[in-house]
Design a protein around this ligand. Structure first.
Ligand code: ADP
Ligand code: MG
Length: 434
């Protein structure tokens, strides 16, 4: 069955992708069960790449085929011999909320963009519960929040502390499971009696009252007994909507630190570090090139390295600058091809705090017109939509109307610095988010 699922995945992805990553996966019949599928890949970069890109798809295909919810586990081939023999789905579910030992302070590159967050987390890892509680780290996708938080977790765990790491989603699922099994006492025992609680992506608490209530009591219990709490989110606590006031204020009780996109030098240091860890050899020219082309998302940089590495191995070619440029071109195109006008409009609407339907309406109020102009411009830049398609999508009469608007937008970009900055910011966000 594991092999059949791979065959099916073949139909959903490009042949190149299949040959690069999927074809070489080994399915472990013995360890897999009705709710667990275990695959092995050849190297750590490929493992990461597959995990990020394909596990959801694989799990979905398994579910279609077997009717069961299946946990898909991708591990390194050599782990096969060293790991203990019995991995049940339960254990995997448990380990999924365990710490990743490769997230350490040593391999976290510090620069102006993240030094405040780094210093904050470092100091609580040395003095848990004593200096800042909670520590709240916020910043964009792929900037190292999870890495930092888990680095502290690893240090503390090694000093004998009981550390729990969970995303809000895992916390919520655990909660639901215990409610169903009527074992809430065990849930509370687990989360309120640990020494260190790490909760990742707190923004997902937004508008979920039940779990906010539970989390509030967990927080109070831990804080009250001097246990360290570390939280991350994609925004400042004040900006997370749909949060109870008492939670929001508590998030700011300790220390709130942001992580900004890395500056060029930090990006270069990160790339070099990742190359060292994964034994990939790149010339300085190539490292610089990647650092300049990829705006901010470090996860994306890792994706590129794994692609370069896997591709060069499979094709038996050296990684030179031409080769790199080609792979990157693919990547950027791939990111952009996935973008639809809906996605763009949704992102713009969210950022500017209005409804997507308003952007597509005929509304003339100032902020609607502003959002509409930005959406049109970005759709024009990042999708293949034609003028008539744009006109139809944004409710305009015809392509003359839209080209008139685009001309106006171009004028504005010249004149209005803020407008241009906003467009760049959203364009970057959209190009690197998929
Ligand atoms: P976030 O949680 O902010 O979305 P992650 O912590 O998951 O981001 O980071 C994404 C990837 O980028 C991880 O593999 C992480 O190791 C790497 N990374 C991010 N920032 C750094 C850094 N400063 N030094 C080394 N690796 C980094
Ligand atoms: Mg994260």
């Amino acid at each position: 069955i594991g092999q059949e699922v791979l065959e099916e995945l073949k139909n959903e992805i490009t042949e190149l992708e299949y040959n690069r990553y999927i074809r070489h996966l080994d399915y472990d019949l013995k360890k897999s069960s009705s709710d667990l599928a275990v695959y092995y890949a050849q190297n750590a970069l490929v493992v990461n790449w597959i995990k990020n890109k394909y596990t959801d798809k694989l799990a979905h295909l398994f579910e279609i085929k077997t009717g069961n919810k299946v946990t898909v586990s991708i591990t390194l081939k050599s782990a096969k011999t060293t790991k203990k023999a019995k991995t049940t789905a339960k254990e995997v579910a448990k380990t999924s909320s365990l710490l990743n030992p490769s997230y350490s302070f040593d391999n976290f590159m510090v620069g102006g963009s993240n030094q405040f967050a780094y210093a904050a987390i470092k100091s609580v890892s040395e003095n848990p519960g004593k200096v800042y509680n909670p520590v709240f780290i916020y910043g964009g996708v792929g900037l190292g929040k999870t890495h930092l938080m888990q680095a502290a977790g690893n240090v503390l765990q090694n000093t004998g502390k009981v550390v729990i790491y969970a995303t809000v989603e895992q916390f919520l699922n655990d909660f639901i499971r215990h409610v169903k099994n009527k074992t809430m006492d065990r849930f509370q025992e687990k989360y309120r009696k640990c020494d260190v609680l790490l909760i990742d992506d707190i923004q997902f608490l937004s508008n979920k009252e039940g779990i906010q209530e539970e989390f509030f009591h967990t927080f109070e219990a831990l804080k009250g007994t001097g246990k360290q709490i570390i939280l991350t989110a994609d925004k400042h606590p004040k900006k997370i909507g749909g949060l109870e006031a008492r939670l929001q204020s508590r998030f700011e009780w300790g220390l709130v630190a942001d992580i900004q996109p890395p500056e060029l030098e930090t990006k270069i240091a990160i790339i070099k570090k990742k190359c060292e860890i994964n034994k990939v050899k790149l010339s300085d020219e190539i490292v610089n090139y990647i650092a300049t082309v990829i705006e901010s998302n470090v996860r994306e940089i890792e994706g590129i390295l794994s692609k370069l590495h896997a591709y060069s191995q499979l094709m038996h070619v050296d990684i030179d600058i031409e080769f790199t440029k080609n792979v990157l071109k693919d990547q950027i195109k791939e990111n952009r091809q996935n973008l639809t006008m809906d996605t763009i409009t949704n992102v713009v609407a969210k950022d500017l705090n209005i409804k997507p339907s308003e952007i597509r309406s005929k509304g003339r109020s100032k902020n609607i017109v502003y959002a509409r102009r930005i959406s049109i411009y970005i759709c024009r830049e990042l999708t293949q939509s034609t003028m008539p398609q744009l006109a139809q999508y944004f409710g305009m009469k015809d392509h003359t109307a839209i080209s008139h608007t685009i001309k106006k937008i171009n004028d504005l970009i010249e004149k209005d610095e803020d407008f241009k900055v906003k467009i760049d910011e959203l364009t970057n966000k959209l190009s690197s988010s998929s």
